[in-house]
Design a protein around this ligand. Structure first.
Ligand code: 4AD
Ligand code: MG
Length: 442
C-alpha cells in the first residue's frame, strides 16, 4: 500500500455495515468499507456493487456530486478493490436490497489487479475454482454456503449449552482406530506409529463419566479412497454422548438437534438460501424410521442389490434417500457393517442398536449414532473376536471397570449437513478449504 493510501485508510472510518445500511432509512448518511463486486455504467452515472461480508449494496456515482478526485477513483476501482464510500441512502426498488447509496465521496484503499476468476476460465477447467479457492470464496454462492455452515454450528452450540451438555476437546493425534483401520491417516510420532483421529467418540465416553453429557466440535480425518460427492478427507464433526441414555434417547437428541439447526438456518440465512436457489422445510419431529432390511428392499426393487451384512453402498443409500423429503433414520444395522463398540440387540446379536440419520432428496447419511457396549466382559470379547489390538484399547476398556453405565451418542458431519441444507452438488462447496483425495492445496 502506498503511504498516502495508508494514511487515508486510517481516517476513512465506517459508520454502517452494508447490512445496517440496507436497514437504515432513506436519507441517512453512511460510510461503508468493502470490496467492489461489480461495476457498470448507465449514461453518465457510474455504478458499483460493494460487499463487506454482511451484504451487497449498490453505489451510484455522479460526476457533479463528488469531488473530482473521487470520481476518478471510482472509475479506476477494479473488481475486488477495497474501497471506502461516503454517501446518502436512497430507496430504489431496482437496486438489490431496495437501497442505493448516492456517493458524495469515494476512495480506493487497496487496488486489486485484474480479477483472475472469470466464467470462461472456470468453464475451461473443472478444478479451476478450487485451485483458486483462496480467491473464489469471495463469490456470492461460495460465501453463502460458508455462512450457512456457521449457523448450523451456532445452532448446535446453543442447543447443547441450553440442554446441559458440556463442551469438551479431544486430541487429534491418537493411537486408536475408532471407525476401522482402512481409513486411518498414519503419522510418524517420534518414531512411534500414531494416527489422525477419525472421531472423538472414545474420549467422549471417558468424559461422560466426569461430566454426564458432553459434546464436541472438531476436525475428523479419514483416508477415504472414495471419490464421491460426500467424502472429504478432513471434515468437522459435532459429536454428543450421554450417560444413562439408550438408543431411543439418542435418536430423540439427534431429531431435536437437527430441527434446531434447520430452524436457525431458515430464520438467519434466508438471503443465503435465496442466493443458493435452495428451499427446504424445517422437519417435524419425530423423523420417520425404516429398518436396514427395508432399505435393502427399497433399493433392490430399484435395481441395486447388496448382501445383508454389508454397509449400504453409497448409490443404494442415495436411492433410498430420494424416497424422502425429510430426514429419516435407518435402524438395525448389522454388526458386520459397524465398528467394534456397538451394542447388539438382546434378541439378535447380529443386529446393532444403532442408526444412521439420512438427509432426504438423495443427500444421504449425515449422522451415525448408537448405544455402546458398557460392560467390561462383553467389550473384551468383542475386541478379541475382531482381533483388535487390545493393548491400545486398554484405557477404553478400563472405563468399563469403574462405573460405566448404559450410554449412547452420535456424530453428525458438519459439511454433509451444510451440503444438504444448502442443496450443494458436492460436499467440497461446504468447506472453506476442502481436503479430498486429490486436493491438499490451497
Ligand atoms: O458415521 P461415522 O463414521 O461415525 C463415527 O465416527 C462415530 N464414531 C460418531 C459417534 O458416534 N460419535 O461419522 C459420523 C459422521 C457421518 O455420518 C458423516 O456425516 C460424517 O461424520 N463423515 C464424513 N463427512 C465427510 N467426509 C467423510 N469422509 C466423512 N466420514 C464421516
Ligand atoms: Mg456412518
Amino acid at each position: 500500500m502506498r503511504e498516502s493510501e495508508q494514511n487515508s485508510a486510517e481516517i476513512r472510518k465506517r459508520s454502517h455495515t452494508v447490512r445496517e445500511a440496507l436497514q437504515a432509512e432513506g436519507g441517512t448518511q453512511v460510510a461503508i468499507l468493502g470490496w467492489v463486486a461489480t461495476k457498470s455504467s448507465i449514461g453518465g452515472i457510474k455504478f458499483a456493487t460493494v460487499r463487506d461480508g454482511t451484504g451487497y449494496i449498490q453505489v451510484a456515482c455522479k460526476k457533479d456530486r463528488v469531488p473530482e478526485k473521487a470520481f476518478g477513483e471510482f472509475e479506476r476501482a477494479t473488481k475486488e478493490s477495497a474501497v471506502w464510500v461516503l454517501g446518502s441512502l436512497r430507496e430504489d426498488k431496482r437496486a438489490p436490497g431496495g437501497k442505493e447509496i448516492s456517493a458524495s465521496d469515494f476512495a480506493i484503499l487497496a487496488l486489486a489487479e485484474m480479477w483472475p476468476i472469470t466464467k470462461s476460465a472456470a468453464k475451461a477447467s473443472s478444478s479451476f475454482l478450487y485451485d483458486m479457492r483462496h480467491l473464489a470464496i469471495r463469490g456470492k454462492k461460495a460465501s453463502a454456503a460458508i455462512k450457512v455452515r456457521a449457523h448450523i454450528v451456532y445452532a448446535a452450540f446453543d442447543y447443547f449449552v441450553k440442554s446441559g451438555f458440556t463442551l469438551i476437546s479431544a486430541p487429534s493425534i491418537v493411537q486408536n482406530a475408532v471407525e476401522g483401520g482402512s481409513t486411518l491417516f498414519e503419522i510418524n510420532y517420534f518414531d512411534k506409529k500414531a494416527y489422525l483421529s477419525q472421531s472423538a467418540q472414545l474420549y467422549e465416553e471417558a468424559a461422560i463419566l466426569a461430566l454426564g453429557k458432553v459434546f464436541i466440535f472438531q476436525p475428523a480425518f479419514r483416508a477415504e479412497k472414495s471419490k464421491t460427492s460426500k467424502h472429504l478427507t478432513e471434515f468437522w464433526m459435532i459429536e454428543a454422548e450421554q450417560a444413562f441414555a439408550g438408543q431411543e434417547d439418542n435418536i430423540r437428541l439427534q431429531e431435536a438437534l437437527v430441527k434446531a439447526m434447520a430452524e436457525r438456518v431458515q430464520s438467519e440465512c434466508s438471503e443465503e438460501l435465496k442466493t443458493l436457489g435452495r428451499s427446504f422445510k424445517v422437519p417435524e419431529v419425530p423423523f420417520p424410521r425404516i429398518t436396514y432390511d427395508k432399505a435393502m428392499e427399497i433399493s433392490s426393487k430399484s435395481g441395486i442389490q447388496f448382501e445383508w451384512g454389508e454397509d449400504i453402498p453409497t448409490e443404494a443409500e442415495k436411492l433410498v434417500s430420494k424416497e424422502f423429503d425429510v430426514p429419516f433414520f435407518i435402524t438395525g444395522y448389522p454388526l458386520s457393517a459397524r465398528s467394534f463398540y456397538h451394542m447388539t440387540e438382546e434378541t439378535n446379536d447380529k443386529v446393532t442398536r444403532s442408526a444412521d440419520l439420512i438427509a432426504p432428496e438423495g443427500y444421504g447419511e449425515i449422522a451415525t449414532g448408537g448405544q455402546r457396549i458398557h460392560e467390561y466382559g462383553s467389550l473384551m470379547k468383542r475386541i478379541a473376536s475382531q482381533e483388535l489390538p487390545s493393548e491400545s484399547f486398554s484405557w477404553y476398556l478400563d472405563l468399563r471397570k469403574y462405573g460405566m453405565p448404559e450410554h449412547s451418542g452420535f456424530g453428525i458431519g458438519v459439511e454433509r449437513t451444510t451440503r444438504w441444507m444448502c442443496g450443494l452438488k458436492h460436499i467440497r462447496a461446504a468447506s472453506l478449504f476442502p481436503r479430498t483425495i486429490s486436493r491438499v492445496k490451497p
